[in-house]
Design a protein around this ligand. Structure first.
Ligand code: TV1
Ligand code: CA
Ligand code: ZN
Length: 393
């Protein structure tokens, strides 16, 4: 309909598993797997599928999950009875130990399959990048950055990002991990504390005690022992409520631009958590679809391979908008889509009475009071640039 053609000179792949959608964390739980289907239908409504290689992804194997997660954790994740079943009297303290069950990480029916599907998508994406069969691989079903090797945390059970990066490390010398979810990417950061082959950089709302997970201060750069080659390779950008597109773009470009110069990554892993958008049920920022998408757009200018993962995002229609827009950035039709919009709004098929990219006013949620002063943001940039003196490719 919009005559969408493949980008010239590079390949984009889209990794999707339709069987993730029927899984439910619970009626009131903020994580809604149907946002993945919503995104896919929007991408298809624009004909963007014609510009990409589309893969139905497989389930990750136990052995693959085991490349990061411990066997005792995986075994319990596999056999734990769903919440509504009687508790297993032989394993009274395992659920506490592994942080399974309870409100954030409930034990729902089909949980292990759901986790294996999310990980399978991210692993497929990583393999396509390794094989050079794809230059930008999209895995919106992944991005579950809080999971630890033997612990579930913050809606995340299996850390698909860590698994994917471990794959990338087999074929590329240096991986840059960037995390624009409103929460701190603690699980990925911690997994690579001891290597200088992965540099992690998370932008997030930071208010210890008040906002999850409470880590990721400006001075948190991982264990700083003399013998740790990974020292200084964890960068954190702590932010306050209400940050705007303009401020975020400035921060992102000066920090990621500098990291690119110093670290010289061979590949980028970008976690695109959409809970940093305005109007998110859990988030606190004021980013619009364009401001969020500008991060992917900037990363793309480096001309190195990239995986784009999903992550958080709790206002499903906005998640679909952001990830569909970021898909259009990957195939370089974002300008075209923006021009077409005034005449055709296929979005209406899905979201009656709402338009996607009005050019002037902001559309997502009510703006929050901006608690980020220019002075503070300048200090953050300065601080990060100083830290990067210790980083060399
Ligand atoms: C069930 C029903 C669970 C309603 C959880 C918000 C709910 C939250 C719910 C919720 C909620 C959190 C904590 C407190 C730690 C707990 C995918 C000491 C309205 C990547 C994970 C946030 C974010 C976890 C995940 C956080 C991601 N916030 N309603 N739970 N305890 N947990 O604060 O980074 O986006 O909120
Ligand atoms: Ca983040
Ligand atoms: Zn989040």
């Amino acid at each position: 309909e919009y005559n969408i053609t493949r980008p010239k000179g590079y390949t984009v792949s889209y990794h999707f598993n339709a069987d993730m959608e029927p899984h439910h964390f619970g009626l009131t739980h903020p994580m809604k797997p149907f946002r993945l289907t919503l995104t896919k239908s929007l991408v298809t409504a624009y004909g963007m599928n014609f510009a990409m290689d589309n893969y139905n992804t497989r389930i990750a194997t136990y052995e693959e999950l085991n490349s990061f997660h411990t066997s005792d954790y995986l075994d319990y994740l596999h056999m734990a009875p769903p919440e509504e079943m009687p508790r297993d009297i032989d394993n009274p303290d395992k659920e506490v130990k592994f942080n399974l069950g309870g409100s954030d990480c409930p034990l729902f029916h089909g949980l292990y399959d759901y986790c294996s599907m999310s990980a399978g998508s991210s692993l497929d994406a990583a393999r396509k990048i390794c094989n050079k069969q794809s230059d930008i691989a999209i895995a919106w079903g992944g991005g579950l950055h809080h999971a630890k090797k033997s612990e579930a945390s913050g809606f995340c059970y299996i850390n698909d990002i860590v698994l994917a990066i471990l794959q990338l490390l087999r074929c590329y010398p240096r991986v840059l991990y960037i995390d624009i979810d409103v929460h701190h990417g603690d699980g990925v950061e911690e997994a690579f504390y001891s290597t200088d082959r992965v540099l992690t950089c998370s932008f997030h709302k930071y208010a210890p005690e008040v906002f999850f997970p409470g880590t990721g201060g400006l001075d948190d750069n991982g264990p700083r022992s003399e013998h740790n080659p990974g020292a200084h390779h964890a960068i954190n950008v702590p932010l306050n409520d209400g940050i705007t597109d303009e401020q975020y773009a400035h921060l992102f470009q000066s920090i990621i631009g500098k990291i690119n110069e110093k670290f010289r990554p061979s590949v980028i892993a970008l976690q695109c958590g959409a809970d940093s958008l305005a109007g998110d049920r859990l988030g606190r920022f004021n980013l619009q679809v364009q401001g969020h998408g500008a991060c992917a757009k900037f990363c793309k200018t480096f001309g190195i391979p990239m995986i784009m993962f999903g992550g958080g995002g709790y206002t499903p229609r906005n998640v679909a908008r952001a990830w569909a827009y970021e898909t259009s950035v990957a195939i370089e039709i974002d300008e075209k889509i923006n021009k077409i919009i005034p005449e055709h709004t296929p979005w209406r098929k899905h979201f009656v009475h709402e338009e996607l990219f009005p050019s002037l006013e902001q559309i997502l949620g009510d703006p929050r009071v901006n608690r980020n002063s220019q002075k503070r943001l300048q200090e953050i940039i300065q601080h990060v640039h100083e830290q990067l003196r210790f980083v060399n490719a």
